[in-house]
Design a protein around this ligand. Structure first.
Ligand code: FES
Length: 555
């Protein structure tokens, strides 16, 4: 199968500056008309992930010509790097191909809780997948916690690894039954679960699941150490060797075969096996777009006036609220939440503000030091897809749909895929099998996810839009409007320059919506994101938004 390359796959996520005025999506995330809103002030904190700000940037060179390796891994997030590392440890030559920089996207923007406690998942899994596969999920994720701990120890990785209990808590007594059921379900699988009614949080909870001896770390420092081993594993004294890490290399084609062939904009990678670890598979042979739901969420690194709680806390309400300490400082906590479907927020700047408001309501905060946003995909039955990408493919594998729990599911995915590729049986492969269809677990989400996407498609194309009038568009504002009957997405930057692109998402034709917090165009249907000049930030789109010549630079 041949894919067209993004017009430029190497652009960072949005801006790192002041989100200005905007017009944008209505409350359903659809395109709106004229500019409407004045920015009420910049949200607090430096607009950058703490993890990227406090670790070294990578500078692996791009692919330069054709290579032959045992396995090719597309995507340099936690799943890709973990898989490559596992394969290298087993003596395979591996090439990791990354369109941008490794560990810079979702993996570089997580809250990095290394725990097998994933909200309230085990009771759900028993109900919908049965006890045996629920046990597989439990074993895989608890084993991942210990695998990270062992690897930190064995390779002596300096990554702020620390042990802490993890909690899923509820604040309403009426929700206590769900917490108790989760404790019972987790204990069936030998997980270190107990029910508690008090925590170190400075506010009351009605009840909580507590898992002992879980962990946190600096995700980039841990994974950069693994990546270094992947980068160096096939280097000979004369500098030759084809395995390694190739950044700024865009995959343009994935051909299953014996061997497989990976087309890129820098040369061809020939490999016995290919792993697609790109968040959203760049080659979609199994309708993943209809089985994955994209969401965005927000994180603040806040300095408290006193000490932080020792544990990691998660309130599974909608939107969720999470807290974890930062190992390097006794007063720094990471506070996350305000999740929403991608392309479905009135103002993402307001999501930052609301998260800060909630955080200040609950903690005595001195300063907000960093703020950032991230994107996750959740499968329609809440279990990731890890394994053969499609029944008709012999040697192409996928890892996606971690639902915000990628720190353990990503590590487990590395083990599962390395086992499958090297011909070992894996005790967890069944629950992750991407070809499964658990109707009971997924039917309502399947219907609502796809109904939603179709609704946006028709809404975007049928609902009227105003004609483009740039005279009302101030610096920092954006609009979706009609230009000669075609929908255009237009942004005027802080210097007054106009950036105009087609508003039609090249994936399946929905109209994009403005994301004022990150200054990007986000698709409300399946989560593709684009920068102000139309370059792809998040898949499933592989082509960028077409640029539009308005005939003037700043009319
Ligand atoms: Fe699918 Fe835009 S139409 S991501």
């Amino acid at each position: 199968m041949t894919l067209d390359p993004p017009s430029d796959g190497s652009h960072p996520d949005g801006d790192r500056g002041d989100p200005g005025n905007r017009s944008g999506p209505d409350d359903r995330g659809g395109p709106a008309g004229a500019a409407v809103m004045t920015d009420g002030g910049r949200p607090s904190g430096r607009h950058e992930s703490l993890w990227t700000a406090t670790s070294e940037r990578t500078d692996y060179g791009p692919l330069d010509g054709d290579i032959r390796v045992d396995a090719a891994v597309v995507g340099g997030g936690i799943a890709g790097i973990a898989t490559a590392f596992e394969l290298v440890e087993r003596g395979r030559t591996v090439a990791v191909v990354e369109r941008d920089r490794i560990l810079d996207w979702t993996t570089g923007r997580t809250t990095a809780k290394v725990t097998s406690l994933h909200g309230l998942v085990y009771d759900h899994l028993i109900d919908h997948f049965g006890v045996e596969r629920a046990r597989q999920y439990a074993d895989a994720n608890q084993a991942a916690v210990e695998r990270v701990a062992d690897t930190v120890d064995r390779l002596d990785i300096d990554c702020q690894f620390g042990r802490a209990p993890a909690y899923t808590y509820v604040e309403s007594a009426s929700d206590r039954g769900g917490v108790r059921a989760e404790v019972d379900a987790a204990r069936r699988f030998g997980l270190p679960a107990s029910f508690v009614e008090s925590t170190e949080l400075p506010y009351e909870v009605a009840g909580a699941v507590r898992f002992d001896d879980q962990a946190y770390f600096h995700p980039r420092k841990y994974l950069l150490a693994l990546a270094e081993r992947v980068a160096d594993h096939d280097k000979h004294a004369d500098g030759s060797g084809e395995g390694g890490i190739y950044e700024e290399t865009v995959v343009t084609a994935v051909d299953d075969g014996d061997p497989c062939r990976l087309g890129t904009d820098r040369g061809e990678v020939v490999a016995d096996d290919v792993v697609l670890a790109t968040h959203f598979p760049v080659s979609d042979h199994a309708l993943y777009f209809s089985r994955l739901s994209p969401k965005r969420s927000y994180v603040l690194a806040a300095r408290l006036s006193g000490e932080t709680p020792d544990g990691m806390y998660y309130d599974p309400s909608e939107p969720y609220f999470s807290v974890r300490p930062h190992a390097e400082s006794e007063s720094l906590v990471l506070i996350g939440g305000q999740n929403h479907r991608t392309g479905h927020a009135d103002s993402t700047t307001d999501r930052y503000r609301e998260l800060e408001r909630r955080a200040r309501e609950r903690f005595d905060i001195e300063t907000i030091e960093y703020r950032w946003a991230t994107q996750d995909y959740t499968s329609i039955d809440s279990v990731p897809f890890v394994g053969p990408a499609a029944p008709q493919l012999d040697a192409v594998y996928v890892a996606t749909g971690f639902g915000g729990w990628g720190m353990t599911n990503g590590v487990a995915a590395g083990v599962v895929l390395a086992d499958l590729i090297t011909g070992r049986s894996n005790p967890w492969a069944d629950v992750y099998d991407p070809t499964r269809f658990e109707f009971g677990a997924s039917k309502s989400d399947l219907v609502s996810h796809n109904k939603h996407a179709m609704g946006h498609f028709f809404d975007g194309h049928v609902r009227g839009r105003p004609d483009l009038d740039l005279s009302g568009l101030s610096p920092g504002e954006a609009t979706v409007a009609d230009e000669r009957d075609d929908p255009v997405a237009v942004y005027r930057d802080d210097d007054g320059a106009v950036h105009a692109v087609s508003a039609v998402c090249p994936h399946m034709g929905c109209l994009v919506a403005w994301n004022d917090g990150e200054r990007s165009w986000d698709c409300p249907c399946h989560g593709s994101r684009f920068d102000i000049d139309g370059n792809v930030l998040d898949t499933p789109a592989v082509d960028g938004l077409d640029s539009v010549d308005l005939g003037v630079s700043d009319r």
